[in-house]
Design a protein around this ligand. Structure first.
Ligand SMILES: O=C(CO)COP(=O)(O)O
Length: 247
């Protein structure tokens, strides 16, 4: 049985000491067994987060990485480094990386392959902008992001990864997508995976919704037929609020 996955994407928030405080507080709480809880701090907080969550059900993820193992890439962090830290997940292709740092689907695909090579589970983000949605381009755009982002992956790899559907217009705006509409798009994503892989892969892959998810609305998403969790920004920054998303 696949577990819904609720992941905290802290983005560029929290110092090392704030990360420590959060993980200590969260570790003292009971994480429900039917949910997978993932915390994704900035790079500098990863080592302490991994150390402090030992013996708990909490998983730790990075928010990005380079696809190369090492080399002259000033300011970058490699999959080897994350794997050495025993990080579980890595968010790849977040819309902020695509929009603010020029990441292309081709680069993101290289990162997804590098993640698997080093035993990290990718959380691949896809989603349309407001203009693309208004132009009726959502389905075509997401198919393209998936076609390029998943290129050359095996069915087993896709079955093991996480896809996060995050409409860009819903991120950090408080304008969360209508849950039925989000479910419809996630169904299309699953159907696309069924078409390029097979039914069992499409059933296994976990697909999250992301964009202004809060304790007050998370249940409306999780009760949808095809939504397997949430990728949460703002509402994941306080322990109490994040914990409410899990229970
Ligand atoms: O981008 C997001 C998670 O990756 C969503 O952010 P918010 O939950 O703050 O809208």
């Amino acid at each position: 049985m696949k577990k819904p996955i609720i992941a905290a994407n802290w983005k560029m928030n929290k110092t090392v000491s704030e990360t420590e405080e959060f993980i200590k507080k969260l570790s003292a709480k009971d994480i429900p067994e039917h949910i997978e809880a993932v915390v994704c701090p900035p790079f500098i907080g990863l080592k302490d987060a991994v150390k402090l969550k030992q013996g708990t059900a909490i998983k730790v993820g990075a928010q990005n990485m380079h696809f190369e193992e090492h080399g002259a890439y000033t300011g970058e962090v490699s999959p080897v480094m994350l794997s050495d830290l025993q990080v579980d997940y890595v968010i790849l292709g977040h819309s902020e990386r695509r929009q603010l740092f020029g990441e292309t689907d081709e680069v993101i695909n290289k990162k997804v392959h590098a993640a698997f090579k080093y035993g990290l589970y990718p959380i691949l983000c896809v989603g349309e902008t407001l203009e693309q949605m208004e132009a009726g381009d959502t389905e075509v755009l997401i198919q393209k992001q998936l076609e390029l982002g998943l290129a050359w992956l095996s069915a087993n790899q896709v079955a093991d990864m996480v896809i996060a559907y995050e409409p860009v217009w819903a991120i950090g705006t408080g304008k969360s997508s209508n849950p039925e509409l989000a479910n419809q798009t996630i169904k299309q994503i699953r159907k696309y995976i069924q078409d390029i892989y097979d039914t069992s892969t499409a059933k296994s892959v976990r697909i999250q919704y992301g964009g202004s998810v809060k304790p007050e609305n998370i249940k409306d998403y999780l009760k949808q037929s095809d939504i397997d969790g949430a990728l949460v920004g703002g509402a994941s920054l306080q322990v109490e609020s994040f914990y409410k998303l899990l229970v």
